[in-house]
Design a binder for this molecule. Structure first.
Ligand SMILES: *Cc1c(COP(=O)(O)O)cnc(C)c1O
Length: 405
C-alpha cells in the first residue's frame, strides 16, 4: 500500500473528534467495546492482518477500483469530471471494504457470529458476503416492511447462508430493526460481533470503519496524480452515515488545495420529516452511543427521516463529519430527490454508468459545482451501482424520462 490506511491523527484515545464521538453505552457493554478497541489497535499495526486484508481487497473485491474520466459530462459542463468507481466492487458498492475488515477482526477475536441491522439490505448483503468468506455465522435484522420491499436482497442474504430476522413491532422498518438487533446483541455480546455499517456508533467504530474505507482515497490520490499530474481540486461524496465520504476524503485531509464537499439528502423538502439533512438542520446531541449533529424531535428522540435513497436516510451522521463541519474542512450541502433522479439519468445516458441513487446525490451536486467559474477538476466518489434501484426508479419516475412501462 502506497500509504498506510491506518495512519491518521484523530480520534483521541477516548474516541473524540473535537467534542464529537465518544462512547455513550451501558457499562456492561463498555467492557466489550474496550476489548474491541484493544483488539483493533493491535491488528491495525499487525503486518499479517494488513497483508490479509490487502489481499482480499485485491482478489475478492477487485481493488484498486479505477478512476474514470467522464468526458461527455466534462465537455458538457466545461470542466474535468472524474469518477472513483466503487460501483465496480464485488457486491456493487463501497460497503464491502469495511465489512471485510470487521469480519476479519471478529474472527481474530474468536467471535462466532456477525450481526447487524439493515434497512434496504445493502449492509446486510455486504456483511453476509464477508461472513461467508471469512467463515462466521451471520444474523441480519430487518424490518418486516423492508423485507417485502427489498425482497431480492433478502434472497441474496439467504443464498449467502445468513439468517434474516424480521423486526415485527412498530413501523417495522429500520429503527425497529436497530432495536431488535441491539436487544439480541445485549443477550450475548461475547460470542456475537455487532458490525456497524458506517462511521457511526460508539468508539472505536467511527475510527475503524473510516480506516477500512480509507483505501478508497489512498488509491484515488495516487491514481489521480498519475492520470493528471496533479491532485483533484474538488472531492464530492454523498453522506448518509458518512463512510464512503471519509473513505475518499481521509487521504487528502492535509492537502490544503483540495476542497471537499459532503452531500446530504434534502428529500422532498427541508421540512421536518421530509429529509435527512443532518448537517443543515440538525443540532448536537447523543444518539446510538455517540455525540454528533442529529435530527431530533422535541422529546429528544430521533426524528422521522426520509430520502429517495434508502442508504442515506439516517437521522445522525458520523462524529468526524461534525468535527470537519465545525472546522470548515468539509463543506456540507444538500440535494433534493428530484435532482438526484435527474443526475441518475444524466450519468446513465451521458456515460453509460447507472449509479446508485445514493451516489446520484454526489453526481447531482458535482454537476452544480461544475457550473461555478474556475472550479477546476472534480472527483466524485461513485459509491455504488444502481442495479438495485432500477425498478423503483422506472416505476416512480420513468414517465418523466421517456420510459413507458
Ligand atoms: C449505504 C450506502 C451509502 C451511504 O452510506 P455512507 O456510510 O454515508 O457511505 C452511500 N452509497 C451507497 C451506494 C450505499 O450503499
Amino acid at each position: 500500500m502506497a500509504q498506510n490506511i491506518f495512519d491518521c491523527k484523530l480520534p483521541n484515545d477516548e474516541g473524540y473528534f473535537g467534542e464529537y464521538g465518544g462512547s455513550f453505552i451501558p457499562p456492561e457493554l463498555q467492557t466489550i467495546m474496550d476489548e474491541i478497541t484493544e483488539a483493533y489497535h493491535k491488528i491495525r499495526k499487525d503486518p499479517d492482518f494488513i497483508a490479509e486484508l490487502t489481499d482480499l481487497y485485491q482478489h475478492f473485491v477487485g481493488r484498486p477500483s479505477p478512476i474514470f474520466h467522464a468526458k461527455h459530462l466534462s465537455d458538457k459542463y466545461g470542466t474535468d469530471i472524474y469518477l472513483k468507481r466503487e460501483d465496480l466492487n464485488h457486491t456493487g458498492a463501497h460497503k464491502i471494504n469495511h465489512c471485510l475488515g470487521e469480519a476479519l477482526l471478529a474472527k481474530k477475536m474468536g467471535k462466532k457470529k456477525l450481526i447487524a441491522e439493515t434497512g434496504a439490505g445493502q449492509h446486510g448483503v455486504a456483511l453476509a458476503t464477508a461472513a461467508a468468506l471469512v467463515g462466521l455465522e451471520c444474523d441480519i435484522y430487518m424490518g418486516e416492511v423492508d423485507m417485502v420491499k427489498e425482497h431480492p436482497n433478502v434472497v441474496r442474504m439467504h443464498i449467502l447462508g445468513a439468517k434474516v430476522i424480521p423486526a415485527t413491532h412498530g413501523r417495522r422498518t429500520l429503527k425497529e430493526a436497530v432495536d431488535t438487533a441491539f436487544e439480541n446483541y445485549m443477550k450475548d455480546p461475547v460470542t456475537q460481533f455487532y458490525a456497524i455499517g458506517s462511521v457511526v456508533g460508539p468508539h472505536p467504530f467511527p475510527q475503524m470503519v473510516r480506516d477500512f474505507q480509507s483505501i478508497v482515497g489512498v488509491e484515488a490520490r495516487e491514481q489521480f496524480s498519475q492520470m493528471t499530474g496533479k491532485l483533484p481540486d474538488n472531492l464530492v461524496a454523498c453522506v448518509g452515515g458518512g463512510s464512503n465520504a471519509l473513505g475518499l476524503f481521509t487521504a487528502f485531509m492535509e492537502d490544503e488545495s483540495v476542497a471537499m464537499h459532503g452531500v446530504e439528502p434534502a428529500g422532498r423538502s427541508l421540512d421536518a420529516g421530509e429529509n435527512a439533512a443532518t448537517m443543515t438542520l440538525g443540532k448536537v446531541g447523543v444518539m446510538h452511543g455517540f455525540k454528533s449533529y442529529m435530527l431530533q424531535d422535541e422529546a429528544g428522540e430521533p426524528q422521522e427521516v426520509y430520502s429517495v435513497a434508502s442508504g442515506l436516510d439516517y437521522p445522525s451522521v458520523g462524529p468526524q463529519h461534525s468535527y470537519l463541519k465545525d472546522i470548515e474542512r468539509v463543506k456540507y450541502s444538500y440535494i433534493y430527490d428530484k435532482e438526484a433522479i435527474d443526475a441518475f439519468f444524466e450519468l446513465s445516458r451521458e456515460e453509460g454508468i447507472i449509479p446508485a441513487i445514493e451516489s446520484a446525490h454526489a453526481v447531482a451536486y458535482a454537476l452544480k459545482l461544475a457550473k461555478e467559474p474556475n472550479i477546476g477538476t472534480i472527483l466524485i466518489n461513485l459509491s455504488g451501482r444502481g442495479d438495485k434501484d432500477i425498478d423503483f426508479v422506472v416505476e416512480n419516475y420513468g414517465k418523466d424520462y421517456g420510459i413507458l412501462s
